[in-house]
Design a protein around this ligand. Structure first.
Ligand code: PHE
Ligand code: NA
Length: 500
């Protein structure tokens, strides 16, 4: 008997997929990546990557989940028994991401409260590292748990696991129906306020001015593909899991286009908002926009608080809305990441959702405590770099090569999608998945290995040194071991017996 949970409505599924895709990456990653890689001219490789990798892989994963109706491990197993481990590998990468992604959401929660009395003072960098994160230890040391991070972290997990416990329709779907419209409204308020600030136009000019001299640089194309992969949450088991809850009669192709373009629209909106605000900041300090551009933790938790300090009126509200948007965008992504292992555990061990949430979610929450320690940020930084670079590029490459060239499933999947979807797939899809994406990802992997392994294999110093200048031992344990651990545990899960 078919007892798999299902989405209640088509809009519910789309909102959940968009909720997964729209995350911290849209707000704090895209604007800086675009700026660093040619500004307005970046849109060309970016759109190319969206149309030859992002949307084709979204369609692929939606179709796999819908056709085989399983969590990522079960879907891979149903395609071919020997490939189950790839599903688990992807699930474990998602598991690792969930352990630190949750911590960043916790920081954003703290900062949304701090906005009310501008707790961070004038030296926002010192506040983050010292007063808030209490980072007085060296990379590799943990120190003790930081209560200011621990408390919101517990809240993040209670909310996320509470929603997942409620199930697909009553939990995930309802949460996204509330969070995503709320996020869009909050973000539109931010953007409208931002573009009316003095100096905003200088920021936008810096962002959009195309630098066409970069367009033939392979690095720029690699950056575009990397952004599209991360941003759409593809190759992480997420979209396979979500589409396994689609009813039999569902559109796949059109839903993938809506998700892909929805995510990119939010990304461009964020670029406008962030650069308008950076333009304002640059004007206040009297420096060129170039000098205030940053990304990630630095942008959100150092530069933004500074901007809020300088804000002309209602800064508490503006700060609160900004950090609230990070919390909303983050929570909907965290839900999707965590659902991959909850779904995998339910399928493999035939346990109830409640047990899977308690065991899978509980373990993730416990491990996330590592990142709530005084040395947590170093660990987060290394884990994030390795799991993303190698997780995304490598898993994406394996996925497309396996399906296009080893299992030769492209034709079957295309027929499956075409039978039920509005838009019919043609050679654009086949060519993108069989040739363009594998070639670009293969080139990306080659570059990554060269950058990070040159020294280990050839004894030759690479030009950039270790990532962030961390020690070899820290890179080995904090980075490589985590990335390899996901594969090893994945293989162990795959050879474990299925519960009848
Ligand atoms: N796609 C999300 C973003 O843009 C991040 C994410 C990555 C979500 C990996 C899930 C898995 O921020
Ligand atoms: Na995204």
């Amino acid at each position: 008997m078919e007892t798999r949970s299902q989405w209640g409505t088509r809009a519910g599924f789309i909102l959940a997929a968009v909720g997964s895709a729209v995350g911290l990456g849209n707000i704090w990653r895209f604007p800086a990546v675009a700026y660093d890689n040619g500004g307005g001219a970046f849109l060309i490789p970016y759109l190319f990557a969206l149309l030859t990798a992002g949307i084709p892989i979204l369609i692929l994963e939606f179709t796999m989940g819908h056709k085989y109706r399983g969590s990522a491990p079960l879907t891979y197993r149903r395609m071919n028994k020997k490939t189950e481990f790839i599903g688990w590998w992807a699930v474990l990468v998602a598991f690792v991401i969930s352990t630190y992604y949750s911590v960043i959401i916790a920081w954003a929660m703290s900062y949304s409260v701090f906005s009310f009395n501008l707790n961070w003072g004038s030296d926002t960098g010192a506040f983050l590292m010292g007063d808030y994160l209490k980072r007085t230890v060296a990379p590799g040391e943990l120190g003790s748990l930081v209560p200011g991070v621990l408390i919101p972290l517990i809240l993040v997990w209670v909310i996320t696991l509470g929603i997942l416990f409620k199930g697909v329709k009553k939990g995930i779907e309802i949460a996204n129906r509330i969070f995503i419209p709320a996020l869009v409204i909050v973000f539109l308020i931010i953007v409208i306020r931002a573009i009316t600030l003095p100096g905003a136009l200088d920021g936008l000019e810096a962002f959009f001015t195309p630098d066409f001299s970069r367009i033939l640089d392979p690095e720029v194309w690699v950056a575009a593909y990397g952004q599209i992969f991360f941003s759409l949450s593809i190759a992480f088991a997420i979209m396979i899991t979500y589409s396994s809850y689609l009813p039999k009669k569902s559109d796949l192709t059109n839903n993938a286009f809506i998700t892909g373009f929805g995510n990119s629209s939010f990304e461009i909106l964020a670029g406008i908002g962030v650069f308008a605000i950076l333009g304002f900041m640059a004007g206040q300090v009297g420096v060129p926009v170039d000098e205030v551009v940053s990304a990630g933790v630095g942008l959100a938790f150092v530069v933004f608080p500074e901007i809020i300090n300088q804000f002309p009126g209602l800064n508490a509200l503006f700060g609160f809305l900004f950090f609230a948007s990070l919390v909303l965008a983050g929570l909907t992504s965290l839900m999707s990441i965590s659902e991959t292992y909850i779904s995998g555990l339910m399928d493999k061990f035939k346990i109830s959702r409640g047990k899977a949430v308690a065991f899978g979610g509980g373990t993730a929450a416990l491990i996330s405590l590592l990142f709530a320690t005084q040395g947590g940020l170093y660990l987060l930084d290394a884990a994030d770099y390795f799991i993303n670079q190698f997780g995304v590029a490598l898993l994406g490459l394996i996925e497309v090569v396996l399906i296009a060239w080893v299992l030769r499933e492209i034709k079957n999947l295309k027929e499956h999608a075409n039978e039920i979807s509005d838009i019919k797939l043609g050679s654009w899809w086949t060519v993108s998945l069989s040739f363009i994406t594998p070639i670009v990802l293969g080139y990306m992997m080659y570059g990554l290995f060269k950058l990070n392994l040159l020294k280990q294999f050839t004894g030759e110093e690479n030009t950039t040194g270790n990532y962030e200048g961390y020690s070899d031992a820290f890179i080995l344990w904090g980075g490589w071991a985590v990335a390899a651990g996901a594969l090893i545990v994945g293989i162990i899960m795959a050879i474990t017996k299925w519960k009848k």
